[in-house]
Design a protein around this ligand. Structure first.
Ligand SMILES: [Ca+2]
Ligand SMILES: [Ca+2]
Ligand SMILES: [Ca+2]
Ligand SMILES: [Ca+2]
Length: 122
């Protein structure tokens, strides 16, 4: 009885955050690295981007971008310099900013650094 309670509590805690994927869940080919596609697949599903798009026009303007609170350079992320960060630019920018060795993959350590930024609650 008591064990059942603990187990359900653990399950409840584990599923409470809006998005709490683990590295291994996103690493769909299991090679211990997260490719850009694996990252896109994981985060695009959860609608996080649309949470930050306050006026729901499908783009992040500079104010919306700054609301996220990351220490990032908006102009760098706005790759085509049209004064909006679309979802592709956003995920590229996020991914690149934590790919410390710039090899185009996240290893476990880079993943941990990105998770500590906390914006995806993972
Ligand atoms: Ca992988
Ligand atoms: Ca917007
Ligand atoms: Ca843009
Ligand atoms: Ca890397």
């Amino acid at each position: 009885m008591y064990r059942t309670f603990i187990l359900s509590l653990a399950l409840a805690i584990g599923t409470t955050p809006a998005f709490a994927a683990s590295f291994s869940e996103l690493d769909s080919d299991g090679n211990q690295e997260l490719s850009r596609d694996e990252f896109y697949g994981g985060v695009a599903d959860i609608g996080t981007y649309s949470d930050w798009d306050a006026n729901s026009d499908g783009l992040l303007d500079e104010n919306e971008f700054n609301e996220i609170g990351g220490d990032w350079d908006y102009d760098t992320w706005d790759a085509d310099a049209n004064a909006y960060v679309d979802s592709g630019e956003f995920y590229d920018g996020y991914y690149a900013s934590y790919d410390a060795n710039e090899d185009g993959h996240w290893d476990g350590g880079e993943w941990d650094d990105a998770g500590e930024a906390g914006i995806f609650d993972w």
